[in-house]
Design a protein around this ligand. Sequence first.
Ligand SMILES: NCc1[nH]cc(CCC(=O)O)c1CC(=O)O
Length: 313
Amino acid sequence: MKKTLRIATRKSPLAMWQAEFVKSELEKAYPGLQVELLPMSTKGDKILDVPLAKIGGKGLFTKELEDRMMAGEADIAVHSMKDVPMELPEGFALGAILERHAPTDAFVSNQYASFEDLPQGAVLGTSSLRRKAQLMALRPDLIVKDLRGNVGTRLGKLDAGEYDAIVLATSGLQRLGLDERIRHELSPETCLPAVTQGTLGIEYFSKDQEVFDLIQVLNHPQTQIRTTAERAMNHRLEGGCQVPIGVFAELEGEHIYVRGLVGTLDGSRILRSEIRGLAADAQQLGVQLAEALLEQGAKQILDEVYADDLHKG
Ligand SMILES: NCc1[nH]cc(CCC(=O)O)c1CC(=O)O
């Protein structure tokens, strides 16, 4: 049996929490095992003055970790599944999907108790096209300003008065012990979550059977099924992580219920669809859901989003 396992991770406080979490879960499961962290920055962490949607490129948060694995310095990488591209580079695979944490988005404000309480023309901060499209659809009067940086930076900008409120992942705040900053969670009806939001995944070398066997203790089959459906929808829509696409799968016994949406950047149009079926058909149901959205005109909306990105460079 392996004596040590090395984890490549981003070094933001949130990513470090996630890697530490996996380390402690593995050490609990295997008392003889020693787990080491290898923290590093990625392109997505370094370029902070450009909206994420404009940096583009697959694997913005994952490529450097894979490079370190290739160099033989790490055995696995821990990722927020939300940041993992739909297709991994040759030789890599996802070996375990952990039990999902909160999938929702959180409303955070020092002045207002809820999203509904925001006054006319309030300034809302978010870095996500998906949040922007859905929240502007509900409140076209809001001024949405871009908000980048790690969780602490984003809260700091709110506290400095740059925004009346911000919206960010509930799971990120909870992991960092910042629950008390959450005024409320946005319901899926208000803001459908991002693909796999709140889910952690472990990437490994697909040939490394020993590592695969080791990390199976952390795999959560129900979350894995939800992840399969959500990623299948995103993949069929050819959506990267920076697109106005929401998708949320829930298990109902043997069945799975999946909701999806595609929105224009200004929220003036939101296409919605949903599907139910056997959980065993998660992959196929995700694809069907994407196809229902494409039939409603999702391709045209997404093409416009991508063209807009190119023009603004
Ligand atoms: N886009 C960055 C990112 N990637 C994953 C999370 C949250 C944690 C998760 O989804 O597990 C966040 C922060 C956010 O969206 O506010």
